[in-house]
Design a protein around this ligand. Structure first.
Ligand SMILES: CC(C)(COP(=O)(O)OP(=O)(O)OC[C@H]1O[C@@H](n2cnc3c(N)ncnc32)[C@H](O)[C@@H]1OP(=O)(O)O)[C@@H](O)C(=O)NCCC(=O)NCCS
Length: 203
């Protein structure tokens, strides 16, 4: 299968939001809010159009990744610019064919070329270790609540990129959604039934 990666065009914003919704629906909770997060990231100052990418197969969008500006704040209140990866989605019918790998590798290459230093994400360790992501604890980076756990990972984009950085990670405010705006946003999409989550994130 030939996969082409390109920047997401504004005309494809709603399509990618729908793919994100299809991918995350009932995955970690009943329904999902990742499509609204994606929508709000695009309206935020953290947005980087060069790191909003689609994967195309035969001219059809089958996957998407967004990477946005975020920060690590150290104990002296100094802010270090980092990148926050996600949401990343490969349409359920196209998963396990290598598309996620292509999307991530291409994003990492673009981010390096643009001079960014560090990527941070929450995800499945087995999947992201292969790209070089490791538990952020190794670099003295915690969540904004001061927590560390295996799915919270960091990747340096050049040697020693993480050496001079430690502190708490703050992603953009767009990651916080509320029920009211989610319910209103849902009106733009075909109705879907909420159900039992496929993955229990607490285990
Ligand atoms: C996580 C996600 C983005 C990965 O994308 P993907 O395209 O399915 O990933 P890949 O195909 O690159 O890799 C997945 C697996 O398929 C395997 N694979 C890759 N190419 C393959 C091929 N041609 N044939 C068979 N298997 C293949 C990989 O080795 C990997 O195996 P493993 O993880 O079981 O060891 C996708 O599954 C997804 O959208 N999941 C739901 C949303 C989510 O959890 N997003 C991440 C959190 S933000």
């Amino acid at each position: 299968m030939k996969i082409l990666i390109q920047k997401t065009k504004p005309k494809d914003f709603l399509i990618t939001e729908n793919i994100t919704r299809e991918t995350f629906w009932n995955l970690f909770k009943p329904g999902c809010d990742e499509h609204l997060v994606l929508h709000n990231l695009r309206k935020s100052n953290c947005y980087i159009s060069n790191l909003d990418l689609v994967a195309l197969s035969e001219n059809k969008i089958v996957g998407h990744i967004i990477i946005t500006n975020a920060k690590v704040v150290d104990t002296k209140n100094k802010e270090h610019q980092v990148l926050c990866v996600g949401p990343i989605s490969v349409h359920p019918e196209f998963q396990k064919k290598g598309i996620g790998t292509i999307l991530l590798n291409e994003s990492i290459a673009i981010a390096k070329k643009l001079g960014y230093s560090v990527m941070i994400l929450f995800g499945h360790p087995d999947y992201y270790h292969r790209f070089g992501f490791v538990n952020a604890q190794n670099y003295g980076i915690t969540t904004k609540e001061g927590m560390n756990f295996e799915p919270f990972m960091a990747l340096g984009l050049y040697p020693n990129a993480l050496a001079a950085m430690s502190g708490k990670f703050y992603e953009d405010k767009a990651f916080e959604t509320n029920e009211e705006e989610l319910n209103e946003f849902e009106n733009l999409f075909p109705k879907k039934e909420k159900g039992k989550p496929k993955i229990d994130i607490n285990h």
